[in-house]
Design a protein around this ligand. Structure first.
Ligand SMILES: Nc1ncnc2c1ncn2[C@@H]1O[C@H](COP(=O)(O)OP(=O)(O)O)[C@@H](O)[C@H]1O
Ligand SMILES: [Mg+2]
Length: 284
């Protein structure tokens, strides 16, 4: 008989609760979740349901009020190079070129840890590889303000990957991009995920994006912020843009959207509006 292989989750969350000072409800209440190594898990939910708070807590930028948060079976006690973050608003340094932006954090690490020049050389090789991966070779010497939003976000992703993080935490990273650029970024980030074998935790308000990218979609609900439903995404690893038109994809998308409307109170607002406009009749 084969011995079952038990692998520890990469991230383990138990009874996680967060209350900001003076806030009337918990930003997070009793969140339980395991995220596996190399998983790509996406989070959706109405505004204010605690998605960013959860992500920032995993990143070590917030501390929980109670409960447990383990990464590699160790409690998170602050930010670390094993966890990189990418936000919606490009956080590039405007006075540095693309290449300097990508190398910056690594150079800082080399400096503070008094590393040898061969480490800095290795970092250059990595930066070159990431530039190619992101299709930015021609822009290595450009300034951030010379780049489109999509290209700036590619630089931010390359910079996040520089230190070979185990976990990449992304908070609505494509939220400010137009629909076409976003599609390209979706296939790019899926490729990066396969290549770099990182665990990706990705927050979005776009259900289609969540379904296209994730192996699981975690739907959160507000007041208090909590996990409502976890959807297993049944589409395997080989995905192309056509998937978005598949009946099963459309059905899941509709289910998730409907559930977000229900949990956010938006469903009642929409029904009232429809009644006002005469689209549906008053209930008898
Ligand atoms: N720094 C903060 N101080 C006080 N309340 C906050 C802070 N950050 C978030 N909140 C509150 O916590 C709840 C969850 O917020 P957030 O995690 O930003 O939600 P989401 O990202 O899902 O929109 C909201 O009610 C929000 O107002
Ligand atoms: Mg948010």
């Amino acid at each position: 008989m084969n011995t079952p292989i038990t692998t520890l989750p990469k991230i383990s969350i138990r009874g996680l609760t967060k209350q900001f000072d003076g806030a009337p409800t918990h930003a997070l209440e009793n969140v339980d979740l395991d995220i596996g190594a190399n998983e790509f898990v996406t989070f959706v939910g109405a505004s204010g349901c605690g998605k960013s708070t959860l992500l920032r807590t995993i990143g070590g930028l917030e501390t929980q009020t109670s409960g447990e948060l383990l990464v590699d079976n160790r409690p998170v006690s602050g930010p670390g190079i094993d966890r990189a973050m990418v936000f919606q608003h490009y956080s590039l340094y405007p006075w540095m070129t693309v290449m300097e932006n990508i190398k910056f954090c690594r150079q800082l690490a080399a400096h503070t840890q008094d590393r040898s020049s061969s480490d800095v050389e290795a970092a250059s090789g990595r930066a070159d590889a990431l530039l190619r991966l992101m299709g930015l070779q021609a822009s290595a010497g450009a300034w951030p303000n010379q780049l489109s939003g999509g290209m700036q976000q590619r630089v931010a992703i390359a910079r996040a990957l520089m230190g070979r993080p185990d976990i990449v935490l992304m908070d609505e990273p494509f939220g400010a991009l137009d629909a076409q650029t976003r599609e390209v970024m979706h296939d790019l980030i899926r490729y990066v995920h396969r290549l770099e074998k990182a665990t990706i935790v990705f927050v979005t308000h776009d259900v289609e994006e969540a379904l296209y990218l994730g192996s699981r979609v975690v739907l959160m609900a507000p007041r208090p912020g909590r996990i409502d439903t976890i959807y297993e995404v049944p589409f395997g690893d080989q995905r192309t843009q056509d998937l978005k038109f598949a009946p099963e994809f459309v059905r899941l998308k509709r289910d998730i959207l409907e559930r977000i409307r229900e949990t956010s109170g938006m469903k009642t607002d929409l029904e009232q509006l429809q009644r006002l406009s005469g689209a549906v009749s008053e209930p008898a």
